[in-house]
Design a protein around this ligand. Structure first.
Ligand code: 3HC
Length: 695
């Protein structure tokens, strides 16, 4: 028996309760406790049926992820009681058991619930099999029981996306039989009804509903295409296909085998690393409680400013967006409205939700409208004088305790703190475009920042559904600094012999969401151009500099918005442009380089080495608190494949000695700026990994 699971008698119903905060994860002790309580329920003649319930904030949210790093336990030990064994105990029960679901019933939690004989859910509850998100597949019968319950196509969708299904959809799919307001009594009634009937369904005995095989196979193929290198969704789809023809026990054994293989592999290790890294990055490094934020202001209504306003309004904040002049205000209003109109048209917003969100955003040409705001975020052009002017005026207008933030992607926040009366309330909130969609939020922490303001920013990030990472001050902060470093290696590869589409293809096939030149065309080449011009006076003239991007921008080719950049853009498609090929070849010729093919593996290994080396410098300087924070930034903001775990984790997997050797090679070839970081050298000398610095 375990303290974490108890059996209570409620008349003729045995209530099995799991109490394992924070999310009732199925740790070894919980699994053993469940089997013991199911046995006790069976043995007690006064009990006719059972209800499986949880204390705390949620029904079981899955297996205990922390146990996945442990070795497989010896047979016969407490740890060896698997989730499958819990499900088998429920299958073998001579008394019906109904699961009472609330909060997020996920992974092994849903699998245990599926082996129960009935399920009741609270209206706010959600269910899902999100194992693919940590590089696994459901390993306790989920790939076999769910298709039997909802049909193979719906199961394939749920299992390969890992999405959370709301209670109403769970009801219509048949995952639950009832949405209840009074959960435990409703589950008890349902259990008694089954006991009265004397018969109850066991999913393992049910046939899988028939499916159009061609449609199913097409859906499996689509999963493979969407996976972009991730293996878990592909394996999960295979496992669902076994439910079409394999006997239940055979399929269950194959599922277990596939689960263990994934669990031991690098992709799941990487995704579990990101799961822990996300949560570590979001923890406030202070005990100070966050300050209340109810009203916010945004200055600047361009793409970023309006996206930020939407993001804030979506989470229930009242937002005032300030622009200069009537025309700019009208344009900002149109941008905000267009996003909400699209969400209404696609069914993501109801009429009421649409109206409520629009009502939360007001527009003004007067900065005085921000006098009572708890928080103001500036999102105007990237010009330090203009930003200082805004901060000076804000300092005079806003409340003394208002938080003043800048959305700058590069500039020194300390220079903004310098011009206000309360510098301890100034910080950077660097959103990524489109701000209402992208998950990452870099919280830039100047030296004078008050701990409570930092805590407030982290709490705000959670509230608006963003993944925060705290960064110190440096040009480009964590993300753009690393991005501009590895971009240089790509430009070197252009000069050495590759073409933009070859580099994009090499990195996309490595798992990146988009290659750097496709990204540049999407983001606009004028932005990087302006940035390079700003940094030109401080550029190390001895460092290798590739002029290709400047030449393209000088031609007015700013990417998709002008129809041409690194590619030609016609009818929404990108095409290779012979003019760019000629321009790249000219760059090589001017440097006296004889162009040679650049293998994809060299592009990939150099990009990774450049990221890891710059990441190590960022750590040395204290700009990032831990290597895993850098991974979080690259995965959530820059399309780095999550299944590689971010550049620091990927460098660990590749071996830091190999990475260091590549850095030395790049240094030998490209000179100043490519010196190996001291930290990287030390770690290699001490045979340690970046992970050893995560704490
Ligand atoms: N195991 C262990 N710890 C878990 C956990 C799990 N499955 N799920 C969450 N936690 C921990 C978190 O690490 C965090 O700990 P911390 O406070 O020390 O940082 C704490 O619970 C709270 O989690 P969140 O901060 O994420 O809280 P939220 O309320 O934002 O989200 C959640 C809750 C939706 C449950 C989210 O944590 C989540 O998605 N968890 C993962 C669920 C999952 O992947 N389940 C499948 C596991 S694999 C499996 O079941 C295999 C099976 O098929 C055999």
């Amino acid at each position: 028996m375990s303290d974490l699971v108890r059996l209570e008698a409620h008349g003729d119903v045995g209530l099995i309760v799991i109490d394992h905060p924070p999310v009732n994860a199925l740790s070894a002790a919980v699994r053993a406790g469940l089997v013991a309580c199911i046995d006790k329920l069976g043995a007690d003649p006064a009990l006719r049926c059972g209800v499986l319930a949880c204390d705390g904030r949620t029904f079981v949210a899955g297996a205990d992820i922390r146990e996945f790093n442990n070795p497989v336990p010896p047979a016969g030990s407490t740890q060896a009681v698997t989730t499958n064994a819990v499900c088998a105990a429920i299958d073998a029960s001579q008394k019906p058991i109904v699961a009472a679901l609330f909060g997020t019933t996920l992974g092994g939690g849903l699998e245990v619930a599926l082996s129960c004989h009935g399920r009741v859910i609270e209206a706010q509850g959600k269910v899902g099999l999100p194992e693919v998100k940590i590089g696994l597949l459901p390993g306790a019968g989920g790939t076999q029981r769910l298709p039997r319950l909802v049909g193979p196509l719906a199961a394939l969708d749920m299992i390969t996306t890992g999405r959370h299904v709301p209670a109403s959809e769970a009801l219509s799919l048949g995952i639950v039989g009832e949405i209840a307001t009074d959960l435990r009594p409703a589950a008890m009634s349902a259990a008694r009804a089954l006991a009265d009937a004397g018969t109850w369904p066991r999913l393992r005995d049910e046939p899988t509903p028939a499916v159009d095989r061609a449609a199913f196979d097409a859906a499996v193929t689509a999963v493979g295409k969407r996976a972009r290198g991730a293996i878990a969704p592909v394996r999960a789809a295979e496992a669902v296909s076994w439910s079409l023809d394999a006997p239940f026990d055979d399929a269950l054994a194959r599922e277990s085998e596939a689960f263990q293989a994934l669990r031991a592999g690098p992709q799941s290790r990487a995704l579990r690393h990101i799961f822990a890294a996300d949560r570590a990055a979001a923890k406030a490094p202070t005990d100070e409680p966050p300050l209340p934020i109810a009203t916010a202001g945004v200055i600047g209504g361009g793409t970023m400013g309006s996206g930020i306003a939407i993001s804030l309004a979506d989470s229930g904040l009242s937002v005032t967006l300030v622009e200069v002049g009537d025309d700019a205000v009208r344009a900002a209003e149109a941008r905000v409205r267009a996003v909400y109109d699209r969400q209404l048209a696609s069914g993501r917003l109801t009429e009421a939700g649409h109206a409520a969100r629009l009502a939360r955003v007001t527009f003004s040409t007067e900065m005085a409208a921000l006098a009572q705001a708890d928080l103001v975020i500036e999102a105007i052009i990237e010009n330090i004088d203009a930003k200082q002017d805004v901060f000076r005026r804000l300092s005079a207008i806003t409340r003394a305790d208002a938080i003043l933030a800048s959305n700058t992607s590069y500039l020194d926040i300390d220079l903004l703190a310098d011009v206000v009366v309360h510098p301890e309330r100034v910080l950077g909130l660097h959103f990524f475009s489109p701000a209402h969609v992208m998950k990452l939020l870099e919280i830039v922490r100047p030296a004078r920042l008050a701990p409570a303001v930092l805590a407030t920013a982290l709490a705000l990030a959670k509230r608006i559904g963003k993944q925060p990472v705290v960064s110190g001050i440096c040009d480009g902060f964590i993300g753009n600094r690393i991005f501009s470093t590895w971009r240089k290696q790509c430009d070197f590869a252009l000069e050495d012999g590759a073409l933009p589409h070859e580099i994009d293809r090499a990195l996309e096939s490595w798992g990146m969401a988009m290659g750097p030149y496709a990204v540049a065309d999407l983001a606009g080449l004028d932005i990087g151009w302006a940035q390079r011009k700003r940094l030109a006076p401080t550029r190390n003239l001895a460092a290798r500099y590739v002029p290709i991007a400047d030449w393209i921008a000088e031609q007015g080719r700013f990417g998709q918005k002008t129809g041409a950049g690194y590619y030609l853009h016609r009818d929404g498609k990108r095409e290779i442009d012979p003019a760019i090929t000629a321009l790249v070849e000219r760059a090589s010729a001017e440097r006296g380089i004889t162009r040679q093919p650049v293998p994809a593996e060299r592009i990939q290994s150099r990009v990774l080495a450049a990221m890891a080396n710059e990441g190590a410098r960022i750590l040395e300087e204290g700009v990032a608190a831990r290597p895993s924070d850098i991974d979080v930034v690259l995965v959530h903001g820059y399309g780095f494949p999550a299944w590689r775990g971010g550049p620091m984790q990927a460098a660990d997997e590749a071996g830091l000695d190999t990475v260091l050797a590549t850095v030395k090679e790049m240094h030998a070839q490209s000179g100043p700026g490519w010196e190996p970081s001291k930290l990287l050298e030390t770690l290699v000398a001490e045979k340690r990994s970046f992970a050893s610095l995560n704490g």
